[in-house]
Design a binder for this molecule. Sequence first.
Ligand code: GAP
Length: 464
Amino acid sequence: MPAPNIDTIVSLAKRRGFVFPSSEVYGGLGSAWDYGPLGVELCNNVKQAWWRWLVYERDDIEGIDSSIILNRLVWKYSGHEATFNDWLIDCRKCKGRFRADKIADNKCPSCGASDWTEARPFNTMLQTKMGAVADDDPAALAYLRPETAQGIFINFLNVQTTMRRKLPFGIAQVGKSFRNEVTPGNFILRTREFEQMEMEYFVSPTADHWNLVDYWVEQYLEWFGSLGLNRDNLYLYEVPEDERAHYSKRTVDIMYRYFPEREKPWEELMGIAWRTDFDLSAHSKNKLDAEGKRINPDSTEDLSYFDEPTKQRFYPHVLEPAAGVNRTVLAIMMDAYSERTNDKGETRVILKLSPQLAPIKAAILPLAKNKAEIVGMAKAIKRSLQPVLRAVYDDTGGIGKLYARQDEIGTPFCITVDHQSLEDEAVTVRDRDTWEQERIKVSDLAEHLQKRLKPYPVPTPESI
Ligand code: GAP
């Protein structure tokens, strides 16, 4: 049973230290969220799982970490200055401002009126100023990146030449992006500051781009499966031309059932786009338009590729799987949410996270916190496990309460140290999902847990 709605996760996330409303001591900041002790672990585990899967386990992908603020010309030639717009309308009655494409039935979501201004474009790149300059100096204008992708494109040649790569190969990057969203909301689903995991996969112009989109869709469906997402809660959306970004010839969105309680339950989790050779051409000094004029007189580089076997020079085409860290985390929390009733008729929340993603892998709980030998043994076990997996020691409640707390945050194993442990050098290992318990020798504990913590099978890369 996944979470019945996002509000259930908002409440759990705040109660248990995953996500807090940002700047709360000053009344908050619209749709900004801070990740708490458990939230940062969950995000890090998602990002690490993604990086391991693409950059380490495949042989055809490199990683980079580019600047968040790039030369403004990057955004001019990428097309974002001209086209990265939302269409805005104002309600003449209540003065509310909304995205035109999100208005249902022509009615104002605040006051119900239907008296609108004309729609006008609003560029959603967040602006800033670089250096100690006058407020109105146009040369100081800079943007916080709205996608991590451009940092990859402008480094294409650097990576290709230093790493001696031949097509096809990919470049992955994970990091913050910013968009001045007109209507952010739904918790961490749509925010102005968020994190992306993007990969640009460079291929020949004659490759089978259409089917390569399907290839990456399949790879990601399997990857989401390896994180524990139920396939029934994912849905593929073939994005029609009028909804696609200016650079895309085909985009398939993987949607997640974020709103199970609504008639329209789906919202985008990630997109897989065929970006053609648009970006590498746009940033290149040699590319000419139909009239023979340079399309980019500002660039000092040519991001073309010389293909040795065919002796041809061309701009590679790009397949781009672009996922959001925050939306992945939200989907994972919703999918992992479950409730179970214990013998006393009390309902308990169990977050059935894939073990690799769980913020804490093992909680070491002493059965008698007043008994120095038991406490000492429990703390020693915690310290011995820590180098191999994230473990915590907790003695702040009775054992039933401690189990319930760990279930609620998704800890796969609770290790109980009791009086018997002092005699037989063994502990009780309790499984989060089945509540079954087994007795394990302390000397075998690390190996036992490591075996059981193995992630669900990760997709093996097929050659392209
Ligand atoms: N480089 C292509 C690109 O940025 P996108 O579909 O605009 O494509 C990719 O963004 C992913 O980034 C989305 O599928 C979503 O997961 C995440 N994302 C985009 N805007 C977001 C926002 N305002 N808040 C949270 N996540 C967002």
